[in-house]
Write a protein that binds this ligand. Sequence first.
Ligand SMILES: Cc1cc2nc3c(=O)[nH]c(=O)nc-3n(C[C@H](O)[C@H](O)[C@H](O)COP(=O)(O)OP(=O)(O)OC[C@H]3O[C@@H](n4cnc5c(N)ncnc54)[C@H](O)[C@@H]3O)c2cc1C
Length: 456
Amino acid sequence: MPSLPEQIAHREVTDADVRRSYALDATVALAPPPDDFTVVRARDLSDVVAVLEHAQATGTAVVPQGARTSRSGGAVATEDCIVLNVEALDAVHEVNELEGYAVVGPGVVNADLKRAAASAGLFYGPDPASWETCTIGGNIATNAGGLCCVKYGVTSDWVKALQVVLPGGEVMRTGHRTAKGVAGYDLTGLFVGSEGTLGVVTEAVVRLEPAPDPALTALAVFDSLDAAVAGIVALRRDPHRPCLLEIIDRTSVRAIQAFGDFGFPDDCAAVLLVQSDRPGHVADDVARYAGLLESAGATDVAVADDAQESEALLAGRRVMSTAFEAMGGRLAEDMCVPIGRLAEFVRGIEAISERRAVLIPVSGHGGDGNLHPSIVYSHDDPDSLARAWEAFDDLIRLGLSLDGTITGEHGIGSVKVPWLGLELGDAELDRQRRLKAVFDPLGIMNPGKVFPAAPR
Ligand SMILES: Cc1cc2nc3c(=O)[nH]c(=O)nc-3n(C[C@H](O)[C@H](O)[C@H](O)COP(=O)(O)OP(=O)(O)OC[C@H]3O[C@@H](n4cnc5c(N)ncnc54)[C@H](O)[C@@H]3O)c2cc1C
């Protein structure tokens, strides 16, 4: 690999163990990391510019990186690449109350942006379950969702403008800070969700809104998954949309209870968690939601009276990912289907689980139709991993057959590259690759992610 120019050589991670820790992200069941790659920890815009100038001049691949919480292998190192980590660009430059925006570096952690907004009486919506670790740069690159999307939408609904460094080092600005603005194509929208394949986000202007009321939670227990899905449909029809609507099935509840006692009944088929934060109407909304859930067939509904009880009801949901780790290896799915097809999707998942003889706990953002079935396999049993991949393929085809999409929020990354054409079709796939070439003619940005790596 060509050595780094002097001006950025001092940003290179030289310790071999530390360097290796930047090779993978939170995705499991990936190929082993490459041997030969360089890690640069940028500290400011000029470092990013210098890396991208050097990369373009030498034809070296660049893997932009935030906090490495990607669930789709989007941030993993490739052979001979430069991993360009921008976590240290973590300043909240401005919170503008009058105009309703914040200007932040890409390394700002999602929860820190929420806290900075809250200290000005404002609110930033998107809240991935990884909110205490993932970065805004990563959220923008993946168009991240989260628990509150059912009411507040995804990251793209909150990004107004970007500063991006392109291959070759050119600094580009997109979007506007004004309340409205439609000059030219929406290149901000193009970069949101581009998974590091076009350039490196070095600054973002994100929309802030007046803070809602503190949320209250209701937890409903069901003895069938169908009844829980009916509960989701009933809540989606309510004129005042919940700000959180999560589903946790029996296997997931058992994994959570095995991790610690979070008060979930072991014998239920599913649990729904629902919240309201509508200013002045939180208690009324949650009481109405409880009634709707009972009518849909809930066998028990607990309603929190205050913020502390609300958090207690959510605590099991918050540890779910860690609780799953005790089950073995798992392929985390991220399908999104129309709400009206959710019942068919859930039944289809059960059938796949039976056919492939693999455990598939189902949980996720039920209110969006965005489920995260987790296909469990044993680390000691290669056959179970093979069956898990077959089930992964089955799930993708099932979701598409129900007019769904192969990824609701985690992105294509490296994991779902073989399936993107199935959703887009050849012509659209080709158009998107040509679009990438406008910004990245040499194909050095995150090769092998989203599209198959082209020979360079
Ligand atoms: C426990 C857990 C829960 C999760 N829950 C959710 C959830 O509810 N909703 C959800 O959407 N996701 C969720 N995720 C996935 C993950 O947190 C998100 O995809 C997140 O947006 C990734 O942010 P990151 O900073 O870790 O980025 P990374 O993982 O480092 O990178 C992700 C992608 O963004 C690119 N990238 C990163 N920074 C930049 C930049 N500055 N410029 C250009 N490209 C960049 C990378 O190349 C890569 O393609 C979860 C993950 C975990 C581990």
